[in-house]
Design a protein around this ligand. Structure first.
Ligand code: ADP
Ligand code: MG
Length: 556
């Protein structure tokens, strides 16, 4: 048998412990949410593994999570009868940084140099949050399917070392015992723990039980304190907005209310339920999401949690969406490899995209304020869809909003349909300008001729715009064109005036070309300007200057 021993935490764990215990001080109660969420994950894992090995469920019956407290010993205990951990797993999971979320948390914290609560809420800081309220934590755990003698006791004061011992444990699963710090007596009250469970963990799909109380003292009898139902399986008519919001928060990664959601049940030769949310704020690492592992969409099959499948179920440009997909007809032993080439899943994915676009359209139509919030948070992410999702390009383009020479300053409120609705008779082009900043776009001399003629120009200054425009050359039968490129549309009178001006200016043009030499390809008389004497222009096939600069910066 493995001997008792003392080990050091991996250096990064010590760092996380320090950050978490110091920065979570004003949100210390979330330790309970984190421990319950781990217990629930452990029950999910056991249920999943028991599909192939039913014998793992032997012994204690129904999966559940028990929260109890002991006033004398000053402990709070969270116990589950889930999968449990072997000695190796304890070392790997509690002694090193097991979760990629925690790793990213650490990176973000060191980058920000400050640990604000908003940031913390998005990560899920996990097991180590126990040390915010406890000065000693004991974990007793036994892996499902192993013998009673193979239990493990892990103990630490969270200061750099932990002790490990093999112990006898009658039941599988994990108990986390928190020895509370001197001033944390609040958590030794039943009503306090109950209200925290209802606040943060009501929608955990397993029963969370606490000892029934009599005359303010805990008894030996257990009662379930959470709702313990899979919310998405209930009929919509039975779910209130508050239920949706608290379920959203139980999905993790966000303390704030969701902006909007869409809940649908599809019945047919393929049946499934989707409950998809749009957050009201972008997460810290949204822009990294494309290359990072993506989280936030949970795949269930017949109410059994299978895996986080955001990458399989949502295209990258909708990576801000959170929620649940529950499919009835997929095999329970499905793997990620199978999912990647599964036709049924392809269809569910297409349905998710459609539901989300429907939802955003509905916001645009009926709830302008919410839509504005959405656009501010996720507009630039959605723009990626113009490039990536050919099938839905027109739908996505319809949702785009821009600043414009006829809009409200820098605010992005003008849609392509608004623009088309205001076009002059005979105008067949949607004009835009791109620049590094809104001020540079709005102040560009390129706009003078358009202003003089009363033609609206969209002002684009987001980094992604130029890339997106490469895929958005037409909308509703109208060409999109950069004002800085090629010939301007001139009427007869203009053309004549320009020809005359060009003739008169010939000697000047020749002189300028000589002076500028290789730096320009041509010097021309232009109809673009009304006030400024000169400007730089591009031919039709040239790259816009700030795209050229972006590419140079990227090393091309
Ligand atoms: P995360 O839950 O994001 O993976 P945590 O810090 O909360 O990160 O937990 C670290 C790891 O410890 C988990 O991934 C899991 O493997 C293990 N673990 C924690 N609590 C339990 C538990 N109650 N039962 C089984 N394993 C657990
Ligand atoms: Mg966790």
């Amino acid at each position: 048998n493995a001997p008792a021993e003392t080990r050091k935490f991996e250096a990064e764990v010590a760092q996380v412990l320090h950050l978490v215990t110091h920065s979570l001080y004003s949100h210390k109660e979330i330790f309970l949410r984190e421990l319950i969420s781990n217990a629930s994950d452990a029950c999910d894992k056991l249920r999943f593994e028991s599909i192939a090995r039913p014998e793992l469920l032997a012994g204690e019956g129904e999966l559940h999570i028990d929260v109890s407290y002991d006033e004398k010993a000053r402990t709070v205990t969270v116990r589950d009868n889930g999968i449990g951990m072997s000695r190796e797993e304890v070392v790997a999971n509690l002694g090193t940084i097991a979760s990629s979320g925690t790793r990213r948390f650490l990176e973000a914290m060191s980058a920000e140099q400050k640990a604000d609560a908003r940031l913390i809420g998005q990560f899920g800081v996990g097991f180590y949050s126990a040390f915010v309220v406890a000065d000693r934590v004991t974990v007793l755990t036994r892996r499902a399917g192993t013998a009673a003698g193979e239990g493990v006791k892990w103990e630490s004061d969270g200061k750099g070392e932990y002790a490990l011992e093999t112990v006898e444990l009658p039941e599988r699963g994990t108990a986390v015992v928190l020895h509370l710090k001197a001033d944390e007596d609040d958590f030794l009250k039943g009503w306090q723990l109950r209200s925290l469970i209802r606040k943060y963990s009501d929608h955990v799909a397993f029963p969370i039980r606490m000892p029934r109380e009599k005359d303010g003292k805990p008894t030996d009898e257990w009662e379930t304190v959470n709702d313990a139902s899979a919310l998405w399986t209930k009929p919509k008519s039975e779910i209130g907005d508050e239920d949706y919001q608290s379920f959203y928060k139980s999905l993790g990664h966000d303390f704030n209310d969701a902006l909007a959601w869409t809940h649908n049940r599809v019945e047919g030769n393929q049946s499934y339920t989707t409950l998809l949310y749009i957050p009201s704020q972008p997460p810290f690492d949204l822009m990294m999401g494309a290359r990072d592992e993506r989280k936030g969409l949970k795949l269930y099959i017949k109410r059994v949690f299978i895996m986080d499948a955001a990458e399989e179920l949502l295209p990258s440009y909708l990576r801000f969406v959170r929620g649940v997909v529950d499919a009835d007809d997929l095999p329970l032993n499905v793997s990620r490899e199978i999912l990647q080439h599964n036709r049924q899943l392809e269809r569910i994915k297409a349905a998710c995209v459609k539901r989300v676009l429907d939802l955003i359209e509905k916001l645009a139509k009926d709830e302008p304020e919410k839509f504005a919030t959405f656009w501010k948070a996720f507009g630039n992410t959605l723009k990626e869809g113009v490039v990536e999702d050919h099938a839905n390009r027109e739908r996505i383009a319809k949702l785009l909003r821009f600043a414009s020479t006829r809009g409200e300053g820098a605010r992005q409120v003008v849609s392509l349909d608004d623009y088309i609705g205001r076009m002059a008779v005979g105008q067949d082009t949607i004009w835009y300008i791109t620049a590094d900043s809104h001020a540079a776009a709005a102040g560009s001399p390129q706009l003078e001729a358009f202003k003089a003629k009363g033609i609206e120009v969209l002002l684009m200054s987001d980094r992604i715009d130029e890339w997106m425009l490469g895929s958005l050359t037409e909308y509703a039968g109208k060409k999109l064109r950069n004002v800085a490129k090629g010939e301007l549309p001139l009427d007869e009178a203009d053309r004549k005036k320009q020809e005359e001006a060009a003739k008169a200016a010939e000697p000047l043009l020749k002189k300028l070309k000589e002076l500028l030499g290789e730096r320009v390809s041509e010097v021309k008389v232009s109809a673009r300007l009304t006030d400024s004497p000169s400007c730089l222009a591009l031919s039709d096939y040239e790259m816009a200057p700030h795209l050229a600069r972006l590419l140079r910066e990227a090393g091309h």
